[in-house]
Design a protein around this ligand. Structure first.
Ligand SMILES: *Cc1c(COP(=O)(O)O)cnc(C)c1O
Length: 381
């Protein structure tokens, strides 16, 4: 059986250190927040290159806190890619603002800056909402086009929030993901590039006031004194055991995992290039993906299904991220639309994510690529 992301194989590789970290936490008697959490926040902030890291209970809460500290709310338009995980847009509606769904670039799967400009103009013409924020997603591990996004945000006086839930470890030039927005959120859900053993997340920002408010928000809006609550907050803390797990995993991530997924991606690229009917993921020059997913496109839904079936028959997992664009989600029924998102719709019929993780062997990638090549060669025209 070849899994999409084999976390037990990772556990076996990290085992002696991980066991020690887990047992040490159990013996410490300190289970929520504390020294281990402060320690991982420092390490993460340093790695990413941002002044503050505020850990919390999950990536969704990290996004939510970013919206709360920037006072996003009713009457505000928040531009989000139409092709993403539900949470990116969910938090916008959660605070009473309106998500505006923007089409994506079919090569990088990330938000289309030209369509973003069209959607902003449409919202301005419509006059009901005030454009306040862009949430860009580093989908499947690859940073969005931040040079262009920052220009648009600056010109339109909007904030830029980087949803790096899948993007941790990615980079553009020397700058790392989680440092590209005014604020950034990441997730430590087990299957993300840097995952813990349960739920976890973090907010990153250079601004002291936002970081301080987020630190208060995650503990019920606490003030300077513990039992003086100065605002309505959340219960969204990181557990000490998750911080200990992240401490071990960040080390492996920095030393070899991020590098090893690049090798797996290269092997896929080499073996699958030049095959008719399949389009490989594009990584622009100077960009580094942390390969949360290796997602290819097939020319039509039928070929995708044939490949999926062939993989399943050989015990190989695959997944469709995502089968539905945001604007077609039942929960967003009635949310105003500001134009079409043809690429996002097209992608839902074409994409397939293949097994991708640093512990995948050359032999396994070879077998996966051979099965795909076979299907494409034998496809009916
Ligand atoms: C996983 C994910 C989230 C949410 O993270 P959780 O830790 O599961 O709450 C948000 N945005 C994107 C793009 C994600 O992939």
């Amino acid at each position: 059986m070849i899994q999409l992301r084999d976390l037990s194989r990772q556990y076996r590789a990290l085992c002696p250190r991980m066991e020690h970290a887990l047992l040490e936490t159990a013996a410490s008697g300190n289970y929520i927040m504390g020294q281990a959490v402060e320690n991982i926040e420092d390490q993460l902030a340093k790695y990413v290159g941002v002044k503050h890291c505020v850990s919390c209970a999950n990536g969704t809460d990290a996004l939510l806190m970013a919206l709360l500290v920037t006072r996003i709310g009713e009457g505000d338009a928040v531009f989000v890619p139409d092709f993403t995980f539900f949470a990116t847009a969910e938090v916008v509606s959660r605070v009473g603002a309106t998500p505006v769904f923007v089409d994506v670039n079919p090569d990088t799967y990330n938000i289309s800056v030209s369509d973003l400009q069209l959607k902003i103009e449409a919202v301005l013409r419509d006059k009901r909402l005030k454009p306040r924020m862009i949430i860009s997603v580093d989908l499947f591990g690859q940073p969005a086009d931040y040079e262009a996004l920052r220009r648009v945000a600056l010109y339109e006086h909007m904030l830029l929030l980087e949803d790096a839930a899948q993007g941790f470890g990615g980079a553009i030039g020397a700058r790392r993901a989680c440092s590209f927005g005014d604020l950034a959120a990441t997730s430590f859900f087990p299957a993300k590039p840097l995952g813990c053993y349960g739920d976890g997340g973090a907010l990153f920002t250079d601004r002291d006031d936002w970081a301080n408010e987020a630190r208060s928000l995650r503990q019920h809006g606490r003030g300077e004194q513990k039992y003086d609550n100065v605002r309505i907050g959340l219960n969204s803390r990181l557990d000490a055991v998750q911080a200990a797990v992240l401490d071990v995993k960040l080390d492996a991530f920095k030393h070899y995992e991020l590098n090893d997924v690049q090798l797996v991606a290269k092997q896929y690229d080499t073996l699958l290039s030049g095959i008719d009917g399949i389009t490989l993921p594009t990584v622009p020059n100077d960009y580094l993906s942390s390969w949360a997913q290796y997602t290819v496109r097939f020319e039509d839904e039928r070929l995708r299904q044939e490949v999926r079936n062939a993989l399943t028959d050989c015990g190989i997992a695959s997944a469709i991220y995502y089968p539905k664009p945001m604007h077609q989600q039942s929960a967003f029924f009635g949310v105003p639309q500001f134009g079409n998102n043809y690429n996002a719709e097209m992608l839902t019929h074409q994409v397939l994510s293949l097994p991708m993780h640093p512990y995948l062997s050359e032999c396994e990638v070879d077998m996966i690529a051979r099965i795909i090549a076979q299907c494409c060669k034998g496809r009916r025209m």
